[in-house]
Structure formats: C-alpha cells, structure tokens
Ligand binder design. Sequence first.
Ligand code: ZN
Length: 365
Amino acid sequence: MIKMRLARLRRLLAKQKLDGLLVSQPANRRYLSGFTPADGQLGESCGSLLVTQRDALLLTDFRYMLTAQAQAAYYDVRIYRQGLAQELAGLAGRLGIKRLGIEAEALLLDQHQRLAQALEGVDLVPTRGLVAGLRARKDPEELRQITASLALMERVLDQVLSGDLVGTSERQLALKLMRAVEDQGGEGPAFPPIVASGPNGAEPHAEPGERVIQAGEPVIFDVGALVMGYMSDISRTVVAGGLERADEQFRQVYAVVRQAQLKAIAEIRPGMTGSEADALAREVIAQAGFGERFGHSLGHGVGLYTHEAPSLGPNSRDVLEPGMVFTIEPGIYLPGWGGVRLEQMAVLTATGCRLLNGLDRFHDL
Ligand code: ZN
C-alpha cells in the first residue's frame, strides 16, 4: 500500500515540477510512511518525510529512531541532531533539490523561516491539499479499518441507546460512551462525544454538560471511535422515553431531516461536486421552510482525521470520486427548542453511495 501511495504522490510531484515534498502534516506523514506517532503540542514534531522521485527519507530525532525503523520500511530513517532545517540543508544539495514543496497548512511561520534561512538557493514552494487529495480516495485496507471503527462505535452507541436516557445527564452519557469505546478495544473516541438534549441540541457542536435529560426531549448523539488510526462518525437523534412522548415539532423536523438524508444517499453520484451533493439535501430542507436552520455542510470525508477531504458543502468544488468515504448528515436546529441531526457514512462506488452503517436506530414516523 505504501508503495502505491508513494507512486501516486510522485506522479503529482512530477506534474507540479517539484523536486521533492517535505511532509510535516501528521496524518499525511502516517499515510505515506506507516509511521504512527502523533505530534505533541503545537510546534512540536516527531518527524517529517522528504520524498523525491528517487528517495524517501524519514527525518526524525533520537526519541523515535526505533519506531521509525520498525514502521517505515520503505524509508531511509535519518536522525537529525541539530534540527530539521540543518538536516535538510545538508540533503538538498546531495539530492539535487531546487524546488521543494512544503505543506502550507501544516508548517508554522517560525518553521518556515528556519527552513528559508537554512536552505539558501532552494525554492520553497507552498502546496495545499496535495496529500489530502490522495487520502480522499480510500484503498481497501483503509476501507476495512474505517468500517471496523464504525462497527465498534455503532455497537457502543446501540448499547447506550438501549439504556434509560431519562434522568441521566448529558455528561454521564458522554463518559459512558468514551469508556465503552476503550472497553471494546478502540484506541479512544475520535472526538469528544456530543450529547445534546432539549434546547442544547440547537447548537450543532454543543458540549455535554450537567443537564439532566427529560422525557419527551430530543437528544442528539454525535460520536466517533478511533480504531487502528482510523475514525468513524455517526449521529442519531432520539426522543428520550420513546417516540410516543415526542411533540409535533419533533415529528415534523425529524421527517424532513430523514427525507433530506435519504434523498442525498440515493442520488449522490461520482462526478458531482461537493456543492451539488449538498444541494440534494439542502433543497428538501429549504422547501420545508427550514433552509435557514441548516447552517452547516451536508458532510465531510472521514479517515485518519474526522474531518478531511472531500467537503460536501454549499461552497465545495471538490469532485466526488469512487473510493471516497464521507458522511451524509443533514440537520435542523431551532433555538429554544432543540435540533435533529442524522449522520450516516458512505463510500462512493461507480454507481452511487454504499452505506457503511449497520445500525438503524432511526425513529419510524
Ligand atoms: Zn460528522
């Protein structure tokens, strides 16, 4: 897999007339090399890749030497002692690098200045989304890992939804979800779980708090697991205490969101742009009079990160291709009342969406 990924990257480098690419973004680094360590705080790095047409080097420091050698089999591991910039300065001449691509989204200004100073005579060319574009189309191994991550998350969510929600706090449920992901063998949650009850559900990214859930309230669950480095992302909205306690508003809003979701799943095709895909669901919601209350994108790619390419949003020009994995998550949010969001994950095939989900947990209206 790594070999194929490198070959795809090298074709891109040739097209852009770059002699090499310095890969500092952690997910890109892992994707291209197999080297898994995560960077610490902002400004810290556990290594960078230098990829040219002929060479593949993993530049890191002493702390990661053994891991790098064990994990990055296709790479020549080099331990820098005076930092990345100095190491690169030595290498650039030897490897004949005159135009070096750097990742504009991943490099701090400080790091860029150090590189510019050390690499005299080398043109540092900012690139955007180069490796992210490769990562958008998943290979079979990645698809298996994403599916495993989603299956684990669904088992956990199903268990929690089988229990009593009424009388429990959002925070208690969030903790339960996080613990269960680890108990079931996941590395942890992909992101802090969202449990938003009643009016709190009107904020799409509400933080779970001490609020105690009341019967008849809608509760949004938006959760994901991290399994073997890969993320999942799923949302369900349920009525605490059962659908029979729901108010009329819920029935109306829920039906519209679900209809929008099903339409998008049925009609998204390869070759569409992200904005065309988004419009499929957005039109349903707008026609029902809730256009202003669907303030986020329809979906996003999922893989080594929870949010990655492609974007399925009103402004997205990303072209959807077979092999891409993304969420389909329309929502309606009414301040003072609450919200409904339903999220599925799909892989795009030559003919359309194939859902990766096994869990139902939809209200049947
Ligand atoms: Zn999502």
